[in-house]
Write a protein that binds this ligand. Structure first.
Ligand code: ADP
Length: 482
């Protein structure tokens, strides 16, 4: 590349030198025009004497220098004009880009504010309503449902923000485990069937492999997150018709691919996505509808998270869509089968069906360790039927102390993030003198390594906040109902 450039520039220099010599010759001739013309008219007079030639050449060279200076300035002017033109063009492009990102930023801020304010005002206004004594039972139930839905919506937003920041900081990892594909897709169908039916949309699942061949070794939590996000979107952006989701075996897998691939799809008959937005929607915080004409829930994180997860699983994601007709979201991941000889570190990650049977035990000594009063009240209410006596501690240190003084403690619900001494440390200390008490870590940290840390510290179980009553009672039933 460099050689070629230097070769070109010496060529250009040579041509320029030739041009200049040619100009000098022309100019000398022009400077002597008078003498030449006179020599033709008066051949008898010796015009080509030294004096004439020197004066003529001097005038010629002088005019050549002026000409060259003028040429130089003209070419400089042309060059500057060209530079200015390209500068203006670049400035214009930058202006358009700045306007676009300004629009995106405003859309993002408006959207984020909307997504936080809406559930917050739902929670505040319905809690205020609940304080009114004259509400009937039905109205109370509606208010409580609204508070719950709003809380869940906020929690989803926080989880999405946490997920994207973990992805971007490179902290997200793959944890492979057994994934019973057909079962999980049917589970997702049941999970969203009601929501779809409420909107009058049919929801169907299509599987291609027999159950025994549909057991994969993959990150089931990430798979669940991708699939549910696409199905939720399909329901959100569809008003009528049907949604079909499932998978097919990709028979055209590239020759150099070591695995057969599975093509998953979620096909809807919804609003569709304009072609020029189909690429951008996979970027974080980007929505197809910048002007927010549709005003639907969401901040534009789901697809960015799904894309990152699919890529971590060794696949790709894309969309085919026609505006007002519908969209099909596709993602492809390797078909890596799970064989029972492989040791699975994590169990299946999706939520189990809620428990129908309550535990029969009712005389437990329970310590609730939490620095948050709301959490403390919630847990004691949930545990009211199974506990005979409650102990409360708002730091790890107090928890260790209470446990030391009450050797008959049955169960400890241990928060992790607390002042003075955290839950890991408190658990480790308790385990030095009490190996029998059942310790359930309950924490707002929602990452898989937090679970391993809690178990390594000596906790028997791990639950993420908000702790579902059914999950807690299930543990109690499992441990104490013999
Ligand atoms: P969110 O739905 O929270 O805005 P996503 O990242 O899940 O964020 O989606 C980004 C955007 O892609 C959405 O705002 C929407 O404009 C578009 N989109 C996603 N799924 C669909 C779909 N099934 N039909 C039409 N548009 C969709």
């Amino acid at each position: 590349m460099f050689k070629r450039d230097s070769h070109n520039s010496s060529l250009v220099n040579g041509v320029n030198a030739l041009k200049i010599s040619f100009y000098v010759l022309i100019v000398i001739l022009l400077g002597n025009t008078n003498a030449i013309v006179d020599a033709f008219i008066h051949p008898e007079i010796p015009y080509f004497d030294h004096e004439h030639i020197i004066v003529g050449s001097t005038i010629g060279i002088f005019s050549m220098i002026i000409g060259l200076i003028i040429l130089y300035y003209i070419s400089r002017l042309q060059k500057t004009n060209k530079e200015k033109e390209s500068l203006i063009e670049n400035l214009y492009k930058a202006k358009l880009k700045a306007e676009e990102s300004d629009r995106l930023k405003s859309a993002f801020l408006a959207n984020m504010s909307h997504e936080i304010r809406t559930p917050m005002s739902g929670i505040i206004s319905f809690s205020n309503l609940l304080k009114e004594a004259n509400l009937n039972q039905e109205q109370q139930k509606v208010s409580l449902d609204m508070i719950q839905t709003s809380g869940e919506r906020m929690l989803n937003l926080i989880n999405d923000i946490l997920d994207i920041s973990r992805i971007e900081s490179g902290m997200e990892e793959i944890h492979r485990s057994k994934l019973d594909l057909n079962n999980q897709l049917n589970y997702i169908l049941n999970l969203y069937l009601k929501e779809a039916q409420k909107k009058g949309i049919a929801l169907e699942v299509r599987t291609s492999l027999p159950d025994e061949e549909s057991v994969l070794n993959t990150d089931s939590a990430k798979f669940f997150s991708i699939m549910t996000n696409l199905v939720k979107n399909a329901i959100k952006y569809t008003e009528e018709g049907k949604i079909v989701f499932g998978y097919e075996i990709n028979r055209t897998t590239e020759v150099d691919s070591p695995h057969l691939m599975l093509n998953f799809f979620v096909k809807d008959t919804g609003i569709g996505i304009p072609e020029e937005r189909q690429h951008a929607i996979f970027d974080r915080f980007i929505q197809a509808d910048i002007k927010d004409e549709q005003a639907r829930q969401g901040v534009g994180l789901g697809l960015a998270i799904s894309k990152a997860y699919v890529e971590m699983l060794g696949g790709k994601i894309w969309v085919t869509s026609n505006k007002d007709i519908g969209s099909t979201f596709w993602f492809q991941i390797p078909y890596v089968r799970y064989y029972p000889t492989e040791v699975s570190k994590n169990g299946s990650s999706w939520k189990k069906e809620s428990l129908s049977e309550e535990p029969s035990v009712s005389d437990l000594h329970v310590m609730i360790v939490d620095d948050d009063e709301t959490a403390e009240k919630y847990l004691s209410t949930v545990m009211a039927d199974v506990a005979k006596k409650f102990y409360f501690a708002n730091t790890g240190e107090k928890a260790v102390d209470i446990c030391r003084k009450n050797s008959h403690m049955d169960l400890i619900l241990m928060d992790i993030k607390m002042p003075v001494m955290n839950g890991y440390e408190a658990t480790r200390l308790i385990r030095t003198f009490n190996k029998d008490v059942v310790i359930v870590a309950q924490t707002a940290y929602a990452f898989s390594e937090d679970k391993s840390k809690a178990l390594a510290a000596g906790c028997n179980y791990y639950l993420t906040k908000p702790v579902a009553k059914s999950d807690l009672l299930k543990i109690i039933k499992e441990v104490f109902d013999n």
